[in-house]
Design a protein around this ligand. Structure first.
Ligand SMILES: CC(C)(COP(=O)(O)OP(=O)(O)OC[C@H]1O[C@@H](n2cnc3c(N)ncnc32)[C@H](O)[C@@H]1OP(=O)(O)O)[C@@H](O)C(=O)NCCC(=O)NCCS
Length: 150
């Protein structure tokens, strides 16, 4: 297993990442190709791969302008690989890589009913900062969660 930063030239892997977005998030909330390329070129896109270079988990980060902070736009594990500890491994390695870049804080938002994700983030040291009512439209609430890295 290894964690790598995805480069723009890695088109085979990018296609797998796109397919995983559709599988994990459906029509709402997942990243399209425009966003994926933007994370790669102007943010950070990290993945956990198995020994056959198959995709296990994906993490997509955007930078916050003028600050040493990032927003974790998307995080997912391939459907058939969930519950095996891969998300935890990738998240921890992302923290290490972002610390090396002197990033001080990570923001993310999560569906308040997404217990698996909230558990994972809380175990990794993220705190619920506030409930963002109707953040993505009427009835689509989010928890804003924050982790301090440095
Ligand atoms: C949330 C998600 C990324 C977790 O990835 P994963 O690889 O399955 O997670 P792991 O196996 O590493 O588990 C990490 C922690 O998550 C929590 N967790 C995972 N599956 C869980 C479940 N079925 N029920 C409750 N908690 C769960 C646990 O706290 C677990 O830690 P533990 O094993 O020490 O108890 C995965 O379920 C997923 O891709 N979901 C769909 C996309 C999504 O909702 N992403 C989050 C968007 S904000």
């Amino acid at each position: 297993m290894k964690v790598i930063e995805v480069g723009a030239e890695n088109r085979g892997l990018i296609k797998k990442i796109f397919n995983n977005e559709v599988e994990s998030f459906g029509v709402m909330g997942g990243a399209d190709m425009w966003m994926i390329m933007s994370f790669i070129r102007y943010g950070k896109l990290y993945v956990l791969l198995d020994e056959n270079n198959e995709l296990l988990s994906v993490a997509q980060f955007q930078g916050v302008l003028g600050k040493k902070e990032v927003f974790l736009y998307g995080f997912s594990t391939s459907l058939k690989e969930r519950g095996k500890g891969y998300g935890k491994i990738l998240l921890e390695e992302c923290h290490n890589k972002l610390k090396m870049l002197e990033i001080e804080k990570i923001y993310l938002t999560v569906d308040p009913e997404n217990i698996q994700a909230i558990n994972m983030y809380e175990k990794a040291g993220y705190l619920i900062e506030e409930l963002q009512k109707d953040e993505y439209g009427t009835g689509i609430d989010r928890y804003l969660m924050i982790k301090k890295l440095l």
